[in-house]
Design a protein around this ligand. Structure first.
Ligand code: SAM
Length: 370
């Protein structure tokens, strides 16, 4: 079906492992005119660009140019990555005090390479990024991306390794202070997935129907939702699941959320870990706020002192980002809802649908970095 939402710009991350923003403005983007905002970029009839006000080294560029043909893309100087997909590494913001870092579910490697760029910009001493990827074929893509992006010298790829099978107490991981967890999800936030029913499905576990709905309204809405539902659901790993009713979708989300929570609780076990980000490109509360809530209530979180990273302590761009978690899905807990970061694919921000939250173990106010 034709998209009816706003036009999206091309989001481009300048890979500081290979180049600088100044160099790119003078070369790859020489013909582009700087404009004040992303709305100006999408309105422009010519070639326009603007620096993103939230994520450092990120550009919004007029759609229509095929950057995959440019030298900058081929050499890894620029990476085509949606703004919202840049949130997790930026929010994790691993500094020198965080030691080594794990990307638990890494392929194709957008966030692994972003993490690597941040680490390099914030630390002179050698540190390692461990990148786990269960799927061997996808791990090959990850390997290529890490090499092209120029982070292969300090990234150890764990090809075909299931993060759940990793022993958190292993000697090798004793200096791991930060983990990025971006597991497989329904992919309902991906732009172009208009066949997916969005947030309004009343059947998603934990996402409560709006209070104002009468039983009759609820029934009618559910019928509408089911009518919208197409038979194929392709998640963000490209895995295809046949879903032909709201009930089947609910079961699929339930299975995904159980796997997502298990991964997050496993990440909580790393002895030196002080920071974790949890993210999905899903719009469903069942994969997002509900996972955060369950994780915070878990035994392991209480035992190890894991808490949510409050908005006021987040790195500047994430603190300033206005779209926050659903209060309803956080059972009215304003502090948790505010700590959660969301993005919707059809609003004025022109990004994909996304969710991210960070957990910390010690009182920490993040230092602004690149
Ligand atoms: N973070 C990636 C990026 O930004 O390029 C996208 C990750 S994708 C959402 C999830 C990835 O996790 C898939 O490649 C999937 O094969 C992998 N995965 C799923 N379960 C895993 C597990 N238990 N251990 C390691 N990798 C896993």
């Amino acid at each position: 079906a034709a998209r009816t939402g706003p036009v999206h710009p091309r989001w481009i991350r300048i890979n500081t492992l290979k180049t600088t923003a100044t160099d790119q403005l003078e070369t790859t983007f020489k013909a582009f005119e700087p404009v004040p905002s992303v709305q100006d970029v999408v309105k422009s009839t010519g070639k326009a660009l603007c620096f993103d006000p939230h994520v450092p080294n990120l550009l919004a560029v007029s759609p229509g140019t095929d950057f995959t043909k440019t030298e900058a893309y081929k050499s890894g100087a620029i990476i085509l990555q949606d703004k919202a997909s840049c949130f997790p590494a930026y929010l994790l913001n691993p500094g020198p005090e965080d030691g080594d870092v794990i990307d638990t579910c890494a392929a194709p490697g957008n966030k692994t390479t972003h993490l690597a760029a941040i680490i390099q910009s914030r630390s002179a001493s050698p540190r390692t990024v461990y990148a786990f990827e269960k799927d061997k074929l996808r791990a090959k893509t990850l390997e290529r991306m890490v090499k092209v992006a120029g982070s292969d010298s300090f990234t150890k790829i764990r090809q075909g390794q299931d993060f759940l099978k990793v022993n958190p107490a292993a000697e090798e991981y004793r200096h791991v202070g930060a983990l990025l967890l971006d597991p497989s999800c329904s992919g309902s936030g991906i732009v172009g997935r208009d066949e997916m029913p969005e947030l309004h499905l009343p059947e998603i576990p934990g996402s409560k129907p709006a209070k104002s709905q009468t039983p009759k309204e609820k029934k009618r809405k559910r019928k509408d939702d089911e009518a919208q539902l197409k038979t194929l659901m392709v998640d963000d790993d490209g895995e295809t699941t046949v879903v032909s009713s709201a009930k089947e979708l609910e079961a699929r989300i339930e299975a995904l959320s159980s796997f997502q929570l298990t991964l997050l609780l496993h990440a909580f076990k790393f002895p030196a870990a002080k920071k974790i980000t949890y993210s999905t490109c899903s719009l469903y509360a069942g994969e997002n706020e509900n996972i955060v809530q369950k994780a915070l209530e878990s035994e392991i979180a209480k035992e190890r002192g894991w808490r949510i990273l409050k908005r006021e302590n987040q790195v500047r761009g994430m603190r300033d980002w206005p779209v926050r978690g659903s209060l309803e899905a956080c059972d009215g807990n304003q502090e948790v809802a505010d700590a959660c970061i969301r993005a919707y694919k059809d609003d004025e921000h022109c990004v994909m649908g996304f969710f991210v939250a960070a957990f910390v173990r010690e009182p920490t106010t993040q230092v602004d970095g690149d």
